[in-house]
Design a protein around this ligand. Structure first.
Ligand code: GTP
Ligand code: MG
Length: 403
């Protein structure tokens, strides 16, 4: 199996080895709809397909061409599948793309065994197709987990370039240790960005009732996901939605307005909101600028400690910000109008900055897993204490090479 077990859109089963095509040929029947035919592999573009021709057998199919058909076991159809003859690193193989259900794949595996295939263990697969190294594996894992296109591009770039960058650095260890140290530190500086691109970011909106948290939440989410009203205390629960903020997947939480209350229902909503704020990685504190701008409370409010870095927002700037004013209030408060979208782009950038993620940066090598970061820290301390032959140790620790 090339895909994980379980339910999915497709499952890919690879039959590999010198007799792979013959084994699959025993199970696969080409499917042709009556009256519909297509040019066969190798046919010239202007050759008219022959409706009456017998379908090309699998063994006569050119490698790389996809064939649609049915997989059968004792003439009973198991599934409609697409098959493709490939040769992965010199090993002939046929990939069967079936529907991704646990029972379907079990039946295909059992039928393949009866047709002459042996089920390979993970170790046998690893021996046939060794991975391109530990960093390659780690990058593929991150590509599978990231939720955004920015993440895919980031990890694909690391997959392609980081191993060579590290090999080059290892060759410099004995020649120019300070340069190696500097470049490793630069690579470590991107670790936080990598973690956020892989795992996403938890951001909570907090603030007093009626300050516009839910309106801001809806603007960032792009739909009316939370109820908004002029009635203070509208939000009675914490509402979460996943949004993309400048290419980063953010789990955004709208919370009940923070206030003193005797009502037990309100109290549990407020408490739930506080927990969401406690577990957030960035907190957005939303105040109503029409009320608070001149209240003299702003500096004090910023001193209220949150566990996570806080971005402070003075909302409803469409009301209080006069045209031509930049809205600077003591430097730390961002003028925003959740209603019109004013300042929301700058807020998005500020949230990422607070999380230690650049808004966007040219591609550069980054140590993107905890294993890589720990190994790099080891190399950095080796460079200080025992600089002899650090290059070889670096290859071992970071790339698993030269064991
Ligand atoms: N003019 C203006 N009004 C806003 C803005 N943002 C929110 N409002 C209004 O302020 C009121 C309260 O908005 P909500 O988003 O419900 O406020 P909240 O902070 O979620 O309130 P609670 O859930 O009660 O804590 C509503 O009448 C909104 O239309 C804004 O940027 N400009
Ligand atoms: Mg609300």
């Amino acid at each position: 199996m090339l895909t994980p077990p379980g339910t999915g859109a497709i499952a890919v089963i690879r039959v590999a080895g010198p007799t792979a095509v013959q084994v699959v040929e025993r199970l696969w029947r080409p499917r042709q709809e009556p009256g519909v035919s297509f040019p066969q592999a190798g046919a010239e573009a202007d050759e008219r397909p022959d409706d009456t021709a017998t379908p090309v057998p699998l063994c006569a199919t050119a490698p790389g061409c996809l064939r649609y058909g049915r997989l059968v076991d004792d003439d009973e159809t198991i599934d409609d599948v697409i098959v493709c003859i490939t040769a992965d690193r010199g090993v002939p193989a046929v990939d069967i793309c079936a529907h991704g259900g646990a029972r379907v794949t079990q039946r295909i595996l059992a039928a393949a065994e009866r047709a002459g295939a042996d089920l390979a263990t993970t170790a046998e697969l690893a021996a046939l197709w060794p991975t391109a190294g530990i960093i390659d594996e780690e990058a593929l894992d991150c590509i599978a987990h990231t939720h955004t296109e920015r993440g895919v591009r980031f990890f694909a770039w690391q997959r392609l370039h980081l191993p060579d960058e590290l090999r080059q650095l290892a060759s410099l260890c004995d020649v120019d240790p300070p340069a190696v140290r500097q470049r490793l530190e630069n690579m470590l500086a991107g670790f936080r960005e990598a973690q956020v691109l892989r795992n996403g970011l938890r951001v909570a909106l907090t603030g007093p009732p009626n300050s516009g948290k839910s309106t801001l939440f809806n603007r960032l989410v792009g739909r009316a996901a939370a109820v908004v009203s002029a009635h203070p205390g509208t939000t009675r629960d914490w509402v979460t939605a996943e949004v993309q903020v400048l290419g980063v997947a953010v789990a955004l939480v709208d919370t009940a307005g923070d206030r003193v209350s005797e009502d037990t229902l309100e109290l549990s909503a407020i408490e739930g909101g506080r927990c969401a704020v406690e577990s957030a990685e960035v907190v957005v504190l939303v105040l109503d600028g029409t009320e608070e701008r001149a209240s003299g409370r702003l500096a004090g409010l910023l001193r209220t400690p949150h566990r996570a870095p806080t971005v402070a927002v003075l909302n409803k700037a469409d009301v209080w910000l006069r045209p031509g004013e930049d809205g600077e209030v003591g430097g730390a408060w961002m003028p925003v109008s959740a209603l019109t979208g004013l300042g929301v782009e700058a807020l998005a950038e500020a949230v990422l900055r607070a999380a230690g993620v650049p808004a966007a940066e040219p591609a550069a090598p980054v140590l993107f897993t905890a294993r890589q970061a720990a190994a790099a820290c080891g190399v950095l301390s080796d460079l200080k204490r025992t600089p002899e032959a650090v290059g070889a140790r670096m290859l071992r620790a970071l790339l698993g090479e030269g064991k």
